[in-house]
Design a protein. Structure first.
Length: 134
C-alpha cells in the first residue's frame, strides 16, 4: 500500500500552511489606529434569573447579631464572661488526657526541642442554637 498518495494532499497543505506562518502581512496595521465596532444588540438580563430574589431570613440576621465569637486563646477564654465554663472544660480535657495516658508531663531535657500544642475552644450548640457545652 502506498501511503504517500493518501497523505500527499495533507502534506502539501501542511507545507503551504507552515511556509506562510512566518510571513508578515504588509497591510496589517497591528491595531494602530484600528477602530472596533460596538455591538448594537440590546442587552437584557437572563430571563431565568429575572424573578430571582435573595432574601436573608430575619432569624438568621438576629442570630448573626447575637452571635458570640468563640475564644481563640486560653487568655481570651479566661477573660470571657463565661470563663468558669471554660475552666471546667479545660480541667475536664486535661484530666481526660492524663487518664487516657495520652501523654505525661516530664522535665525538659537540656537542648531538647519541645512540641507545642494548641487549645481549640468551641461552644457546642443544639439544634435550637443554644449552648449545650463548652
Amino acid at each position: 500500500m502506498n501511503l504517500e498518495k493518501h497523505f500527499k494532499p495533507l502534506l502539501s497543505y501542511l507545507w503551504k500552511a507552515s511556509s506562510s506562518d512566518g510571513e508578515e502581512d504588509d497591510d496589517d496595521d497591528s491595531g494602530a489606529g484600528a477602530s472596533f465596532r460596538r455591538s448594537t444588540r440590546i442587552r437584557r438580563p437572563n430571563a431565568r434569573l429575572f424573578d430571582y430574589e435573595i432574601e436573608v431570613p430575619e432569624s438568621l440576621v438576629i442570630q448573626a447579631m447575637n452571635a458570640v465569637m468563640d475564644p481563640t486563646s486560653v487568655d481570651e477564654a479566661l477573660g470571657a464572661p463565661d470563663s468558669e465554663k471554660w475552666v471546667e472544660a479545660l480541667n475536664k480535657e486535661f484530666g481526660d488526657l492524663l487518664r487516657n495516658n495520652t501523654w505525661e508531663p516530664v522535665e525538659k531535657p537540656v537542648g531538647a526541642k519541645v512540641l507545642t500544642s494548641k487549645w481549640v475552644f468551641v461552644r457546642k450548640r443544639n439544634a435550637q442554637g443554644q449552648v449545650e457545652r463548652h
